[in-house]
Ligand binder design. Structure first.
Ligand code: UD1
Ligand code: MG
Length: 456
């Protein structure tokens, strides 16, 4: 039985922002959600999530509505011990309590599992790290036997204690029964006038409760965010870790430091990603997919052997195998490219199916369109899908040839193997196999005299 307490009441004054600190993002996801996602990975069944909110409480609660969290308000931030006191009525007697911080977003599930394994009915787990520069942190005091006896905060520490490099991460696992006993006894008689959660260590020591220390694989996991610099630093750490994981799985990244994944990327074999590519949401790339420089790929699926050339944007698009997109293409939500389709430069698509082997190579807008196979859409063609009030569909059959600079005024259907002459404004359906030309007929005037300049 696990009760997870996440402290999320802080204002984050040094972020210099209106947004409550814990809602600031790493990789496009609020820090609080990073912590909640990590908790979800613990795979514990009988788990209760308690979130201590304070600054921007309503906003914070709204963003986690539906995530099965119980929010408890800490009206005034009187210290970490005071924060945990707020959840005492919610704690289950027989639970182990895991204390986490919404502004420490990179903690890994493996580390939490390791810490939880240290704790038991009469043992608490404490996560510490050794830092070359421990300034600002609570220091871990040990006795001659190496047992942890107390934590002293920086502001209360003697010059000698400040030399200690082992620091408190704040993350701990404590039996609920003990917290229920110790927390009400905390005093705020210290340099900061706060109720320190860390004072429970000395209480555990006196009560004969064992304190087992667990250290995470990397101190970066337990770094907190108090300002924009720290946020930017953790963003880079997070992105580097994602890039490393992709490299390990065989993805080629032209430069791991110029790759950003703000979501989940699933990639097949021999995928190549050039510089400055941003991945958002859920993206799946099949084998041998190539992404050129400066592309944004959001919630899309790109099947094997397709290539996205430089400076293209894909949003909620489904691309089949062997397609070529871009450079400078914009695929908006609802775009579906069938096998071997091509969408070239300065082409925008929206809610459009581009059939197998069909090509829209230059300067077009294709929206609300069902297109068959082997269609060729000439440069500058536009599906006029909107009359200012409603949207209509353009249906294009198989093997259609649309000349350059056509306006297809929806609703309209072009039958299979029909041809539309360049510059046509098509307002009526085009029958199969026919040539349609809907433009002013060309006229040539012989003996035409150019005007001459009039005398002044
Ligand atoms: C705390 C620890 C310190 C540890 C450090 C690690 C205490 C007394 N000290 O110090 O030993 O080395 O974390 O980063 O616990 N919070 C609330 N309500 C409050 C006070 C704090 O929700 O009343 C939240 C803050 O928003 C923050 C976290 O708890 O997310 C830590 O609080 P903070 O004041 O930053 O603790 P430190 O002084 O850094
Ligand atoms: Mg503090």
């Amino acid at each position: 039985m696990l009760d997870v307490v996440i402290l999320a009441a802080g204002k984050g004054t040094r972020m210099n922002s209106k947004l409550p600190k814990v809602l600031h993002s790493i990789a496009g996801k609020p820090m609080l959600h990073h912590v909640l996602d990590t908790v979800a990975q613990l795979g514990t069944d009988n788990l209760q999530k308690l979130v201590v909110v304070g600054h921007g409480a309503e906003q914070v609660e709204a963003t986690i509505a539906g995530l099965n969290c119980h929010c408890v308000t800490q009206a005034q931030q009187l210290g970490t011990g005071h924060a945990v006191q707020q959840v005492l009525p919610q704690l289950r007697d027989d639970a182990l309590v895991l204390i986490l911080y919404a502004d420490v977003p990179l903690i890994q599930p493996e580390s939490l599992t390791g810490l939880l394994q240290c704790a038991g009915p009469d043992t608490m787990g404490l996560m510490t790290v050794n830092l070359a520069n421990p300034t600002g942190y609570g220091r871990i005091l040990r006795n001659g036997d190496g047992d942890v006896v107390a934590i002293v905060e920086e502001k209360d520490a003697t010059a000698e204690q400040k030399q200690i490099g082992e620091v408190n991460t704040g993350i701990m696992a404590v039996p609920a029964k003990k917290l229920i006993q110790w927390l009400p006894e905390l005093s705020n008689d210290n340099a900061q006038g706060e109720y320190y959660l860390t004072d429970i260590i000395a209480k555990a020591r006196h009560a004969g409760t064992a304190i087992k220390v667990f250290q995470p694989a990397s101190a970066e996991e337990v770094e907190g965010v108090n300002n924009r610099r720290q946020q930017a630093k953790l963003e880079r750490i997070y992105q580097q870790a994602q890039a490393d994981a992709l490299l390990d799985r065989g993805v080629y990244l032209a430069d791991p430091s110029r790759f950003d994944c703000r979501g989940e990327l699933t990639a097949g074999r021999d995928v190549e990603i050039d510089i400055n590519v941003v991945i958002e949401g859920k993206v799946t790339l099949g084998d041998n997919v190539k992404i050129g420089p400066n592309c944004l790929i959001s919630n899309s699926v790109i099947a094997a052997n397709s290539e996205i050339k430089a400076n293209s944007i894909l949003e909620d698009a489904v691309v089949a195998d062997g397609c070529v997109i871009g450079p400078y293409a914009r695929l908006r939500p609802g775009t579906v490219l069938k096998s071997g389709a091509k969408v070239g430069n300065f082409v925008e698509t929206k809610k459009a199916v581009i059939g197998e082997g069909s090509k829209v190579n230059h300067l077009s807008y294709i929206g609300d369109c069902e297109m068959g196979a082997r269609v060729n859409v000439g440069a500058g063609t536009i599906t006029c899908n909107y009359d200012g009030v409603n949207k209509f569909t353009t249906t294009i059959g198989d093997d259609v040839f649309v000349g350059s600079n056509c306006a297809l005024v929806a609703p309209v259907t072009l039958g299979d193997t029909s041809t539309v002459g360049a510059g046509s404004v098509v307002t009526r359906d085009v029958a199969a196999d026919e040539l349609t030309v809907a433009r002013a007929r060309q006229r040539s005037i012989t003996g035409w005299q150019r005007p001459v300049k009039q005398p002044k």
